[in-house]
Write a protein that binds this ligand. Structure first.
Ligand SMILES: Cc1cc2nc3c(=O)[nH]c(=O)nc-3n(C[C@H](O)[C@H](O)[C@H](O)COP(=O)(O)O)c2cc1C
Length: 198
């Protein structure tokens, strides 16, 4: 049994992205895993780096303390076996609240420069996208999103990392989208059920 920590970023509790979160959590429950969630909008997470935080990062001064809300996020990540990020693609990246979460939580001394962060076994990125899989592939945007999230932000902080884009909510006719949507939700549940497999 694993402890999975989910970082979730969407403002609307009846969104497709929230349905993906629910399906994934149902899969975790099916397999008997425990989970915790940082629901960034619901928490009112402050994504704006303060001047003091900027000074700490830019000087690489890990001796300075981190903010309490940042320390809480780091503790939740340190305690978990698996990290999962769930969000919609906005302008070919994550929502600003999650970008700011990385700005503030990935601190010097915890995430980089002799990091104390406990590397996690696995990290998984689940995001919804309006564009089709083909568009994201043919424009290179899908590869760019993966490079930023998996190769840079997760990097060696997880033994195994993967990213799944649940694409196509825009442009499909409603009946067609309903079918694709259900396939996406089934796949998200399956990912929860099989999270222990590499
Ligand atoms: C501000 C904003 C920017 C978006 N940018 C993109 C984008 O760059 N690429 C894309 O495929 N979809 C983009 N979308 C579409 C969302 O990814 C899509 O609406 C979402 O995944 C659908 O799920 P939801 O109901 O959970 O919001 C954008 C949507 C918004 C609101």
């Amino acid at each position: 049994m694993s402890l999975v920590h989910i970082v979730y970023a969407h403002p609307n509790p009846v969104s497709f992205t929230h349905a993906l979160l629910d399906a994934f959590v149902a899969g975790l429950d099916d397999a008997g895993h425990q989970h915790s969630i940082s629901d960034l909008y619901a928490m009112g997470f402050n994504p704006v780096m303060s001047p003091a935080e900027y000074a700490r990062e830019s000087r690489c001064d890990a001796a300075l303390p981190v903010a309490g809300d940042v320390a809480q996020e780091q503790a939740a990540l340190d305690a978990a076996d698996v990290w999962v990020f769930v969000y919609p693609v906005w302008w070919s990246d994550c929502p600003a609240i999650l970008k700011g979460w990385f700005d503030r939580v990935w601190t010097v001394g915890w995430a980089y420069h002799e990091p104390t962060a406990t590397p996690t076994r696995k990290a998984l990125v689940l995001c919804s996208a309006g564009q089709s899989v083909e568009h994201l592939r043919d424009t290179g945007l899908g590869q760019a999103m993966r490079a930023v999230m998996v190769s840079d932000r997760i990097f060696t902080r997880a033994d195994v990392a993967d990213m799944q884009v649940f694409a196509g909510s825009e442009g499909a006719d409603p009946a067609q989208w309903e079918l694709i949507r259900q396939q996406h939700l089934d796949q998200a549940r399956h990912l929860g059920q099989t999270i222990d497999l590499a």
